[in-house]
Design a protein around this ligand. Structure first.
Ligand code: NAD
Length: 666
């Protein structure tokens, strides 16, 4: 495979990589680089070497399809060492993106020129890794400790101008004249001679590393990779280059063979996979969505509208009464203004987005919408009434969607004469923030309607997953399998704080009872204080509705910080007495077995019933919809790590009916 070629321009040799689509560092590229540089170094007529790429980008990174496979071709580090130690100046000419192994290749070049639109970075941390081909050792020698620490731990790429300020780029080239400008730069560098990065002194203050850790303590909680990256930069400041490289290799191997990176790489592929719809003809034509209608300006309707406004798509929002409409529109404006105050965008942008919003009290104003999303109360009667009205008013060909959390989308569709145009768009709260969108495919949903909504979701910055019709779809259906046993555990002797701590230690942003308090304990409550059938009834009867009124499973201060509540615990004790359950010691392991294993089990049932297309889609739902820690790869990936037989044994011990497919796996 010939993916590297050379060209001679007087005394400059130009080495050109051409490995579409992103010039990844596949084995044949490494081989080509080795051969070309060896020849260039041996040729006395060559006084300088330029490395550049054809196609859309510089080397964009490692070939991640080679991960986990037997190594082939020359060792990457050996190739990099040879380039770095070349006895004549080497210049990297960068366009597109120089990421990961791509930037590491640029770092062994003695000089770097880049076009203004280029981006440079080491994103390995986002896959739970570190730049393990000298990136952590060479970067501080080029940009200093502070900038290197920031780059390796955030993984965010930098624009070329910023990279030039930091010394990562020596000169900016013309957007259309990179090849020629790089040759000219190389000719100028002949007099300066080679400049091996490993020999350059490290500047800056090592204290910057601790400061960075302190500032990101919350964000990095539970993650290994940011800390491993920083440990390597710190090592570079005190060890000779070769020893630093050994340190980096050891840290890299720990990450590479650990479960966190495996989980993060799994999620990288899972997210891309989720966009694919099984059984959809390739030539499916998408419908045009130029105008969106939203019904209901409550918690969800407002948040849903914000997504479209931010993407520049006009929204007509309809409410029943003026007061609710004004309140809903007011909340949207307040949210945008708060973001503008934080500097996320300008106040002009706020006005532009608000200008795309048309508030209305009449369904008639939805007639020319291409997509209408219903976000009214969670009641089948109300929803069917709304869809019946939409059917009579909205133009043919429009997509009619429901944001229902649990209800049967087929039944909702039956209220119309066009069930093929009906589907579920289940956003998560807060709908303008949470990235997940469950797209619920009804029995009659047309393939092009489904495909249109899946494509649209990307436009509004969501990660969409296709779900089948069932109670609670993928996410909430599994959530029930966590909440029910969690409630039961309270009656057997665990406290809300104990159960929640097991979940937050696991890496969830909050535990089941913190989440219940946040959502409100009175949701779906029958509102009769004398009727106490569940623990929730008992808490509501005592006026404990959750965060909204400062007391639920926990007591809350004005800043909504929760602390264990003596009153709530007393209510739990009292309710236990009526249920004839004896209080006993509950271990953290039992909490995991009874609240997390049933979720995995339910995931298998969902797959058996065809309500999710693939296991990795379920992982996407939990990571983007509920904050499952990405370093644990979602419940299905985590279930595999735990081991099917261990899970089945525990579920059976606790009397849970095990999914056939899970049993078969065990
Ligand atoms: P909400 O009570 O905050 O808002 C509902 C709004 O709909 C109210 O403002 C009400 O006036 C309006 N409305 C009711 N009937 C109407 C009608 N016929 N015409 C026009 N407007 C009407 O409720 P919400 O939390 O936004 O939930 C809405 C839907 O979203 C429900 O189906 C719910 O299950 C679902 N959902 C909620 C969440 C959540 O966390 N709140 C998350 C996902 C999905």
């Amino acid at each position: 495979m010939q993916s590297v070629t050379t060209e001679r321009h007087d005394d400059v040799l130009v080495v050109i990589v051409n490995n579409p689509p992103v010039n990844a560092l596949s084995w044949h590229v490494r081989q080509g680089l080795k051969d070309s540089f060896e020849a260039g170094i041996a040729d006395d007529g060559v006084k300088a070497i330029v490395l550049r790429c054809d196609g859309a980008t510089f080397i964009a990174g490692a070939d991640i399809t080679e991960f986990g496979k037997a190594p082939q071709g020359p060792d990457f580090n050996a190739v990099l060492n040879m380039i770095e130690l070349a006895p004549k100046p080497v210049v990297a000419a960068i366009h597109g993106t120089a990421l990961g192994g791509g930037l590491e290749t640029a770092l062994v070049c003695h000089y770097r020129v880049a076009v203004p639109s280029a981006k440079l970075g080491v994103p390995e941390v986002k896959l739970g890794l570190l730049p393990g081909a000298g990136g952590t050792q060479r970067l501080p020698r080029v940009v200093g400790i502070d900038a290197a620490a920031m780059m390796v731990s955030s993984g965010d790429p930098l624009p070329a101008a910023k990279a030039q300020e930091m010394g990562l780029v020596d000169a900016l080239a013309g957007e259309d004249s990179l090849a020629a400008d790089a040759i000219a730069f190389a000719q100028g560098a002949i007099a300066k001679g080679p400049r091996p990065t490993r020999d350059r002194p490290i500047t800056g203050d090592v204290g910057a590393i601790e400061k960075l850790k302190a500032a990101n303590a919350r964000k990095w909680k539970g993650f290994e990779a940011p800390y491993a990256n920083l440990a390597c930069v710190e090592a570079a400041t005190r060890l000779p280059f070769e020893e630093g490289m050994t340190f980096e290799r050891t840290e890299f191997m720990k990450l590479m063979t650990g479960s966190q990176s495996a989980a993060q790489r799994h999620m990288f592929f899972a997210e891309r996979q989720a966009a694919k719809i099984d059984g959809l003809p390739k030539d499916t034509q998408l419908r045009t969505i130029k105008k969106v209608g939203v019904i209901g300006a409550g918690t969800m309707g407002g948040g849903i509208s914000m997504n479209f406004l931010a993407a520049g798509i006009p929204v007509t929002i309809v409410e029943m009464a003026k007061e609710a409409l004004d309140r809903g529109v007011g909340v949207i404006r307040k949210n945008y203004e708060a973001s503008a105050a934080k500097g996320r965008f300008t106040t002009d942008k706020v006005e532009a987005m608000m200008g795309l919003l048309t508030p209305s009290l009449s369904f008639d104003d939805l007639a020319d919408c291409d997509l209408v999303i219903e976000a009214v109360y969670e009641s089948m009667d109300v929803k069917k009434d709304v869809f019946g009205k939409l059917d009579a008013i909205v133009k043919q060909g429009a997509i009619l969607a429901s944001n229902t959390s649990y209800l049967d989308v087929n039944e909702i569709a039956s209220a119309t004469k066009r069930p093929a145009d009906v589907l579920g768009m289940h956003f998560f709260s807060p709908a303008n923030v949470m990235k997940l969108l469950e797209v619920v495919r009804g029995d009659a949903t047309a393939p092009d309607a489904l495909a249109t909504v899946m494509a649209l979701s990307k436009k509004i910055g969501k990660v969409a997953v296709v779900a089948g019709v069932c109670h609670g779809f993928i996410g909430n259906r599994m959530l029930s399998q966590r909440q029910n046993p969690a409630n039961q555990l309270l009656l057997e002797g665990a406290t809300p704080a104990q159960i929640d701590k097991v979940h937050t230690d696991f890496g969830m942003p909050m535990g089941p009872f913190q989440m219940a308090d946040l959502a409100g304990l009175d949701i779906g409550w029958h509102r009769d204080p004398s009727r106490i059938e569940t623990l929730r009834d008992a808490l509501c009867a005592a006026g404990r509705f959750g965060q909204k009124n400062g007391k639920g499973f926990y007591d809350y201060d004005e800043k909504r910080n929760g602390t264990p509540s003596a009153e709530a615990l007393a209510i739990i004790e009292e309710f236990r007495a009526t249920s004839n359950l004896a209080k006993r010691e509950i271990t953290d392991q039992e909490i995991i077995e009874r609240t997390l294993y049933p979720m995995v089990n339910e995931g298998y049932k969902i797959l058996e019933e065809g309500k999710a297309q693939r296991a990795s889609d379920i992982d996407v739902v939990w990571i983007y919809g509920y904050g499952w820690p990405v370093y644990r790869g979602g419940p299905m990936f985590w279930g595999d790590l735990e081991g099917a037989s261990k899970i089945v044994e525990a579920l059976e011990r606790h009397g849970v009916k095990v999914a056939d497919s899970l049993k078969a796996k065990a």
